[in-house]
Structure formats: structure tokens, C-alpha cells
Write a protein that binds this ligand. Structure first.
Ligand SMILES: [Zn+2]
Length: 128
């Protein structure tokens, strides 16, 4: 199968990262920060760690960018700066460095967003 055909057959789309760190000179993506679900796709082999292509099946070699999955290698954790930003958004108490994984920080952020929602019943208080 040619490269183009392989991409069409296997790539469903691309993940959208929450953070992107680029090389200042080349503009090349150095690393991306993904939400828990997207990170899980990369971890389990259903998305590319480099170009973030989403695959329809477990894929070893990314047809879009050619990255070969090193399934024994650890996926690096998120930089502390990103975690700090997520914690800040979640308005949490500061936690010791590296105490939380990126996934945990994201879940906390999402939980924080949930808490900010005002229940409908509070908005529709009836007058007596
Ligand atoms: Zn790729």
C-alpha cells in the first residue's frame, strides 16, 4: 500500500493537544500535552505520539509521519509548568512537585470546571 493510501485507510483524524511546545528556530513540535482520553489513545497505540494522527486500529508505524511506535519506551510525563497551569485553572492547593500525573491534573481540571457550573434550580428560584 502506498503512503497516501495507507493514510487514507488508517488515519481517522488528528488529536488536538492542550499544549504544544515548538522548537523556536524550526517551528517543529517538540512535545504535546494531551487530555486524559487522548493520552490514553497514544499510550495504547491508537494515536501517533508525534503527529497525533488517530488510527482506526492498533498501529505500530504511523502512516502519516513514519514514527515507529516504541511500545516498551515510557511516554514522557508532562513538564511541571504545564501541570502547574492546569492546577492553577482548577484552583487547587499547590501540590508537591511531581505529586500528580498529567492525567490526574487534567481530571482535577475537568472536575473543577464541573464545580463552577451553577445548578439550574438555583437559577430558576421561584418567588413566593
Ligand atoms: Zn505520526
Amino acid at each position: 500500500m502506498g503512503r497516501e493510501a495507507a493514510i487514507k485507510a488508517q488515519v481517522k483524524g488528528f488529536l488536538i493537544p492542550i499544549f504544544v511546545e515548538r522548537d523556536v528556530d524550526t517551528g517543529e513540535v517538540i512535545r504535546s500535552g494531551l487530555g486524559p482520553e487522548d493520552f490514553e489513545k497514544v499510550r495504547s497505540g491508537y494515536a501517533c505520539a508525534r503527529c497525533l494522527a488517530i488510527f482506526d486500529t492498533y498501529t505500530i508505524t504511523c502512516p502519516a509521519c513514519g514514527l515507529v511506535r516504541e511500545w516498551e519506551a515510557d511516554i514522557p510525563g508532562a513538564p511541571e509548568l504545564w501541570l502547574a497551569h492546569l492546577r492553577e485553572q482548577a484552583q487547587e492547593e499547590p501540590t508537591p512537585r511531581s505529586a500528580r500525573s498529567f492525567d490526574e491534573a487534567m481530571k482535577a481540571k475537568l472536575a473543577g470546571d464541573e464545580m463552577e457550573k451553577i445548578p439550574v434550580r438555583k437559577l430558576r428560584r421561584r418567588r413566593r
